[in-house]
Design a protein around this ligand. Sequence first.
Ligand SMILES: Cc1ncc(COP(=O)(O)O)c(C=O)c1O
Length: 394
Amino acid sequence: MFENLTKAPGDKILALMGEYAADSRSTKIDLGVGVYKDEQGVTPVMRSVRKAEERILSNEKQRLTSASPATRGYGAAVLDLVLADSIDRSRVRIAQAPGGTGSLWVLMQLINRARPGATVYVSDPTWANHNPIAINSGLKVATYPYFDPETRGVKFEQMLAALDRLGAEDVVLLHGCCHNPTGANLTDAQWDQVAESLVRTGALPFIDLAYLGFGDGIEADAYGTRKILSSVPEAVVAFSGSKNFGLYRERVGAAILVARNAEQAETTNSQLLNIIRGAYSQPPDHGAEIIRTILEDASLRAEWEEELAVMRNRMISLRKKLADAIRERSNSTDFDFVADHRGMFSLLGLTNDAVEHLKATNGVYMTGDSRINVAGIPEDRVGDLADAFLGAVR
Ligand SMILES: Cc1ncc(COP(=O)(O)O)c(C=O)c1O
């Protein structure tokens, strides 16, 4: 059976983690892995999550499969969080799904059922998994201009011009906030223009919302998603609770769909549920139950929002510290973009040689495209990092 298979390419991040683990230098710094870390370098279990879990465990009577993929309030709680009152809910359906990845997967499958072989336009560059998920779902992938390696900001005019050329048969994948890998994001005014473009062309917006609350706050980070969803007739959103609730391995997310009207929402949702049934039958429940418990309880929700703010503010402060340290040393504003970026990542725009040099000479690890995870910056090593980055670009 399997003799015709050739070896699939290995995962680059796992390979980088292996290299980092094998590096015996005590001064090494890991900016590669894409998980949040606190000042101790630990990815913490949030207190609100712990409390919700204790409550769930003490109340739990049985572990039957859930009756529907958006059970017991989880769906409504996530819709309140993501959409607030931006859109009439009769046109909206939500299915609990295994993480942002599982949500992307079932929504790509749904699009391929609706329009087999449609093209998904992704930002150049985008999260490395978008391409395989789309291709494995039967879709095609093309890119629209996004990151400007000169300014390290968004090439907005080129992006908009490309989006304006799309048609109603196309899909546009947008990062709702905290763009991965670049850290460069749209302003509210730019989101408004993207929404107008989508209304003009009729292309389907597909929003990947994996970092809600990691950028400038829940409301600010939801602006683009709400703007698009309140403007267009149809859209889909892949929500992840992995980062903002620190629930990575629980695999919790949601596939949200917005249809033209309630009737079409019902029909489209029946196809989505059919895809889910034929893929993994039921999503994992524990993470979703934690999120529901937190979002439905005023005091747990307040505690979660505070914890989320601590994570967010730590990343913003590390960005500023790094940009300041580089400016002080170099007298140039070349790295100021790090402070303007938002979310966990910044794409530094370094050459592959510079990335290799940082690894070999300084023990500073980042992905080959020069993406750094700012949450991995040790507070007391910001100066060393600034020196290393300047050394690598000289
Ligand atoms: C842009 C983007 N989308 C989706 C995901 C997937 O999230 P999850 O870990 O919940 O599957 C990630 C995770 O790294 C991501 O960066």
